[in-house]
Ligand binder design. Structure first.
Ligand code: TRP
Length: 371
């Protein structure tokens, strides 16, 4: 069986370095290795609306931001099908059929849903006050719709961040339930693909907090210009115990070193800081004392610029042809829709609700009533 890669992002903001090391960089590598039958990357606008129903303008504005982030990172529309979720109505039919196979209790146990509900003040017990809102049904059931996104393309491989693990697990259960209930092998169980470098699975924010996130205001965006990026790195959280240059410093929990772990490549030392052969030597010096934070930050700025400059250049080119970017998404959506329609067709046949194609059913009913 072939390998089909699929992943996507909600268009609720620009993508940041956490997205980059957590998944985007991996996607571009996968694309360039070419070791797959087909690759899909999509903008999950329907999912974004599950908690932004009152703000479609935010979603509408961010479609192009995410598309530009994709293209500027090097996703190539001649190799990858780029599409927009809402343009594939088949996904919603699938969601409806899947929702009959999932219990409310199972959704309530999904750890990502739980965390996100708490974050948004959504509560299921009906009680509402100024800090708590009712739970939108569409938000609560989005793992089912996400399973449809994955299944529609018979995806085998889903490169996403660690927080998406419960979604993939829930999707696998839905696949087993569908194939079992309708005695078929139409749907395929996907595997999650996480970055092998552990620090990349959850990149901390510039403030050292557990996660880079828009709501915490601790992000470096792929689209930040060099000045903005430099300012953010200079203000970055390091080791609060490392007061004077001579003091020994801690590398663990020191955001500058976490970022170096995530972004540094072997050649960066020869290019920007030849006094050290590699990151281990730099860390040893920092631990011993005698190495200032600002020097390390300046190096990190050079490393990041080295990664981001080609991304910025591609972004600049695509920004000058916005209608062309929408056209890429339109063509991708058309191509994706064909695939989803084929899967839906097979699902309906397995469920035997393809009445008009079911000559056996028509003959059986005719025989029952014939005088
Ligand atoms: N839930 C994902 C996120 O928040 C976005 C997403 C929607 C997705 N459908 C998907 C990711 C299918 C992978 C596969 O980032």
């Amino acid at each position: 069986m072939g390998r089909i890669i699929l992943t996507g992002d909600r268009p609720t903001g620009k993508l940041h370095l956490g997205h980059y090391v957590g998944s985007l960089r991996n996607r571009v590598l996968l694309q360039n290795e070419g070791n797959f039958d087909r690759m899909f990357v999509f903008i999950a606008d329907v999912q974004a609306l599950t908690d932004n129903a009152d703000n479609p303008e935010k979603v509408r504005q961010n479609i192009i931001e995410v598309a530009l982030d994709y293209l500027s990172c090097g996703l190539d529309p001649s190799k990858v099908t780029l599409f927009i979720q809402s343009q594939i109505p088949e996904l919603h039919e699938m969601t409806q059929f899947f929702s009959n196979l999932v219990t409310v209790q199972r959704l309530q146990r999904n750890p990502t849903v739980k965390t996100e509900m708490a974050l948004r003040g959504f509560n299921a017990d009906g009680g509402e006050d100024e800090n708590r809102r009712g739970l939108p049904v569409g938000f609560f059931t989005y793992p089912i719709s996400q399973a449809a996104d994955i299944c529609a393309f018979k995806s085998t491989t889903v490169p996403v961040g660690e927080d998406q693990e419960p979604m993939i697990e829930q999707c696998r259960e839905i696949v087993r339930s569908f194939n079992g209930t309708y005695k078929c092998d139409v749907l395929v169980e996907p595997e999650i693909l996480l970055p092998s470098n552990l620090v990349c699975r959850r990149l901390p924010g510039t403030d050292g907090k557990a996660k880079m996130s828009k709501s915490l205001g601790n992000c470096i965006y792929l689209s930040d210009d060099p000045k903005e990026m430099e300012k953010k790195v200079k203000g970055m959280f390091t080791d609060p115990g490392h007061l004077r240059v001579e003091d020994p410093g801690k590398v663990e929990g020191n955001t500058v070193f976490t970022y170096l772990d995530a972004f540094c490549e072997p050649d960066d030392f020869a290019a920007f800081w030849p006094e050290y052969a590699n990151l281990d030597e730099l860390k040893d010096h920092y631990r011993r004392g005698g190495l200032g934070d600002m020097k390390c930050k300046k190096f990190l700025i050079q490393v990041l610029n080295n990664r981001l400059d080609p991304i910025r250049a591609r972004r600049h080119t695509y920004e000058q042809d916005i209608p062309g970017v929408y056209e890429i998404l339109r063509q991708g959506s058309e191509a994706a829709r064909e695939v989803a329609a084929q899967t839906l067709h097979e699902m309906k046949a397995a469920m035997q609700i393809n009445y008009f194609d079911d000559t056996a059913l028509i003959a059986e009913q005719a025989a029952k009533y014939r005088l």
